[in-house]
Design a protein around this ligand. Structure first.
Ligand code: NAD
Ligand code: DAU
Length: 351
């Protein structure tokens, strides 16, 4: 059956991989990308698929309810995969209200657009909300986040994502709108904006700039290749149970300093530098305020019930990622000129 699926935030890092996957895998479905094109949104990420017959782009701010209602009516939308968000923890510490507007109000507006368009006819409809492991808070050295772990967000970013998750569940309970939520760990891969640890470090190593490591580099994250996240989203969208939550993770924990050292080794090899050259760029800087120590996801529910597994190891994924950034110098140079430099100066002068 032909369907129209809205993907919000489709010009961003993860969203662009999800849009590509759905446009390519489901030629009978129309995929409508709703994106405001903030600093993090980049249509260049979608150049290869922008002329496909089943792809549409609507430049809209999800904070604007009337515009969303119009788009939902225009396309008779049946499914939503909601990724649009302010996504960077450091920016949420500087400007929490941006996160309240987009992540909370924007999500509620989208739920309202679905309620209005679907008008109690929920057959074949789904609102799939993309959330994060950060809503569960911070772990010590032991244990994992499971789907029933109580929410305990610690940053303005994670508090806004937790709030949006609560609204999604409240709409399921109150209005019976069909929803699914997934909570994923840290993503890495092509097209990630270079304010996040891996692309920022790749870019700095390439340009012989200091690699800023917060605190002592002891914090731990669980890393997943972005295409494996997009594959998980596809699986959950089509086979997940309504009203359920699924954790997605790579089972791949790295202390920040160990990850950066590995990245330096990979980059030395790729750039033909003597081993140990890039490590000298590591610079310990002032810690992030309220820095969560450790995230670790138990994704066994998704693996057992829906049969999803990551397709690449971290070593393979990291190598593919470095290759992509080195090959796509133009992409990163266009992003890091102009406003990025102003952000960078402000952010790292503070530390
Ligand atoms: P990103 O910052 O790269 O992209 C966000 C996209 O949303 C951009 O294209 C931006 O233009 C768009 N957007 C922002 N505000 C908008 C608004 N008001 N209206 C319309 N569009 C708007 O983010 P990402 O890293 O790709 O993350 C995507 C989603 O996945 C987010 O919801 C994030 O919380 C979640 N997530 C991210 C990670 C990760 O490691 N990056 C991990 C787990 C979950
Ligand atoms: O866990 C999922 C989350 O992962 C997503 O919900 C967020 O959208 C995404 O941004 C990411 O959040 P983090 O804060 O973990 O990602 P970030 O890349 O900013 O930082 C990763 C770790 O590296 C974290 O411990 C902070 C540290 N760090 C980060 C930067 C940018 C540094 O040491 N130096 C840096 O310059």
């Amino acid at each position: 059956m032909n369907k129209t699926i809205v993907i919000t935030g489709g010009a961003g890092f993860i969203g662009s991989h999800v849009v590509r996957q759905f446009v390519s895998n489901y030629p009978d479905h129309t995929i409508v990308n709703i994106d405001k094109l903030t600093y993090a949104g980049n249509l260049e990420n979608l150049r290869d698929i922008e002329n496909q017959k089943n792809y549409r782009f609507e430049k809209t701010d999800i904070v604007l309810q009337d515009e969303l209602n119009e788009i939902f009516n225009k396309y008779k939308v049946q499914g939503v995969i909601h990724l649009a968000a302010e996504s960077h923890v450091d920016r949420s510490i500087e400007n929490p209200m941006d996160f309240v507007h987009t992540n909370v109000t924007g999500t509620v507006n989208l739920l309202n657009a679905c309620l209005k368009q679907w008008d109690n006819d929920y057959k074949g409809k789904l609102f799939y909300h993309i959330s994060t492991d950060e809503v569960f808070g911070s772990l010590n050295r032991e244990g994992y986040f499971v789907e029933s772990t109580p929410y305990d967000p610690k940053s303005p970013y994670s508090a806004s994502k937790a709030s949006s998750d609560h609204f999604v569940r409240a709409y399921y309970n109150t209005y019976k709108i069909p929803v699914i939520i997934s909570n994923c760990s840290n993503n890495y891969g092509p097209n990630q904006f270079p304010e996040k640890l891996i692309p920022l470090s790749v870019n700095n190593i390439k340009n012989n700039r200091p690699i800023p490591v917060y605190g002592k580099g002891e914090n731990i994250r669980d890393w997943l290749y972005v295409i494996d996240h997009a594959r998980a989203i596809d699986t959950i969208y089509h086979h997940g149970k309504k009203g359920q939550t699924y954790n997605i993770g790579g089972n791949n924990e790295w202390k920040n300093i160990d990850l950066i050292q590995l990245l330096c080794k990979v980059m030395d090899k790729k750039l033909g530098r003597k081993e140990g050259t890039s490590e000298k760029l590591i610079t310990f800087v002032k810690d992030r305020a309220g820095h969560d120590l450790r995230y670790a996801i138990d994704s066994s529910k998704l693996r057992k019930e829906l049969g999803w597994e990551p397709s690449v190891t971290f070593e393979q994924g990291l190598e593919m990622t470095v290759d992509w950034y080195l090959k796509n110098e133009g992409w990163i140079n266009r992003i890091t000129s102009g406003k990025y430099e102003t952000y960078y100066e402000k952010q790292y002068k503070l530390r």
